[in-house]
Design a protein around this ligand. Sequence first.
Ligand code: DGY
Length: 324
Amino acid sequence: MTKHDKPTIFVTRRWPAEAEAALSQYFSPTFNEGDTPLSAAEMAAGFSSHDAIAPTVSDKIGADIISAGARGSGRLIANFGVGVNHIDLEAAASAGILVSNTPGVLTDATADLALTLILMLTRRAGEGERELRSGSWDGWRPTHLMGRALQGKTLGIIGMGRIGKAVAHRAALGFGMEVVFQNRSQITDKFNYSAKQLDDVDSVCRVADIVSLHCAASPQTYHVINSKSLAMMKRDACLINTARGDVVDETALAAALCESRIGGAGLDVFQGEPAINPALLSAPNTVLLPHIGSATVETRTAMGLKVVENARAFFAGDSLIDPV
Ligand code: DGY
């Protein structure tokens, strides 16, 4: 970059128009015009020839890409998204490359989607829609597609961060649910609804009618829902995952669903996505969505604008607004 040029940013996927326009105002971006997944080699070449890279959750930014960037002109990884488990943070730190993310702006959209999954499962909406479209609906009858009410039931949150709290708030105040939660540190908030912190994940699994996952993916949370925790759940309890696929042992989950050991699962994220474990595709009582937790125009635009803010701060020589 010469003194008066705009810094260059390699953007791995297309963004909403308003966010792309904001980025172009302050930077010289290279967008992935085809908007198809890039190979590691393409990302390495892009990072090393630009001042920054703006990847997404589906781009694995490993040590090879980071060191290629560092050998070239790459200085910043400005992630479009809050979760950063796809970025090798240790490699970035040792290469002296900073990483930013986009917390806060996707809290409400993701919480709304967790509630969507809860309602789709408990009110059997996916099943009903499939039945109607297949032409097999034979009319109203008192025992047709009876689901379960949420009022008075217990929601168990694993990871009471921003999104966990937003889901709890909606479920308690909007649907009359009681809340229990697990969090690695003590939560001292005063909630204006019934909410109780329990000691561990298994304690939440034992009492909850809905278990909703909102913890970050890390070595500590890898397969935190496994055959043991699934065995603790009530037979009619449902599991909701809008966090990361790695948090759930999908093979154990599919087995629990097929053997009716739990009531159902609503999943927006998967290990190895976009590939889906075939056992989950054929498991009963599941609602499967293609990682759309943050997918509203408003939120995806706000995520892009957050990338712009962080990159502007960085290239102005200020601290990152959202350092990882
Ligand atoms: C994130 O930001 O981590 C989401 O999973 C993408 O919506």
